[in-house]
Design a protein around this ligand. Structure first.
Ligand SMILES: [Mg+2]
Length: 272
């Protein structure tokens, strides 16, 4: 067996999936029964955030929002959060209160969780919601267009400036798109990487045109490769007025172009 630095996050998940130890991991969230949607994400100090760039309240909001983004990508209405916080014993109580105030800004109640001591701050949130229809990532069809729910690049632009952008909450948009989208996910790993997930799971090719991507203030085309924008990306038959940034064609993989010419757009993968 290789080390995680060689296999990468996707390689690790593929190995666990091959052994039957995990199932359905490439979905934004797990669907249990007819309508229960569950997702979990952890933020680790020094890996996902640093306190000289992010305050406790913003950390709380962010930790909740990245999970609510996966519920939005499942067309789900959030119902509850479970919060696990690991922190050094020297942490100020007021800072932890601020963290929970940031979580509360999302309007979704915290109904349980755990706290433990640790060498660095780790916050892991489980979000639970209900959805009438979860499109998933595997249903994109040739002839579909790709749409996004808002401008991209804010996270990359903020990071270049030594900070973090507040993730958007796209719950309403997710519910609306989930009713008719053939495939739906949230952009967390980078536009090209997430589009490639959709293409692979759908057995199609996706052509992206970067000049058509709405950019957040201060963002450049290369910020689209950074990820963490947490806007939704959907393959739909009808754009219904949303910005069209690409199209689905027969084949495999993705094509990224700018002004019709191929363009190299980077992505992000954990452990590598
Ligand atoms: Mg996701």
């Amino acid at each position: 067996m290789t080390r995680l630095s060689a296999s990468g996050e996707l390689g690790l998940l593929a190995e666990l999936e091959r052994r039957g130890l995990i199932v359905g991991v490439e979905h934004d969230a797990a669907l249990l029964g007819d309508d229960l949607v569950v997702t979990q994400d952890a933020l680790v100090e020094g890996v996902h955030f640093r306190f000289d760039w992010l305050g406790w309240r913003d950390l709380g909001f962010r930790a909740a929002a990245v999970n609510l983004s996966d519920l939005a990508a499942s067309g789900a209405t959030p119902e509850a959060l479970l919060v696990t916080l690991a922190a050094p014993a020297t942490t100020e109580t007021a800072d932890v209160v601020a963290l929970y105030e940031g979580i509360a800004e999302t309007g979704v109640p915290v109904v349980g969780g755990d706290t433990t001591s640790a060498g660095v701050v780790v916050i892991s949130i489980t979000a639970l919601g209900r959805s009438e229809r979860v499109p998933g990532r595997g249903g994109a069809r040739p002839g579909d267009v790709l749409v996004v729910t808002g401008p991209l690049g804010a996270a990359g632009a903020a990071f270049r400036g030594g900070g973090y952008a507040r993730p958007p909450l796209r719950i309403e948009e997710g519910r609306a798109l989930a009713r008719h989208a053939h495939a739906l996910l949230d952009i967390s790993d980078g536009l090209a990487v997430d589009a490639a997930h959709m293409a692979r799971r759908s057995g199609v090719r996706i052509e992206l045109e970067l000049d058509d991507v709405p950019l957040a203030p201060g963002a450049t085309i290369d910020d689209l490769g950074f990820g963490e924008d947490f806007e939704l990306l959907a393959a739909v038959a009808d754009a219904a007025g949303r910005p069209v940034i690409g199209r689905v064609v027969p084949g495999e993989g993705i094509g990224v172009s700018r002004g019709g010419e191929p363009y190299p757009l980077a992505g992000w993968e954990h452990f590598r």
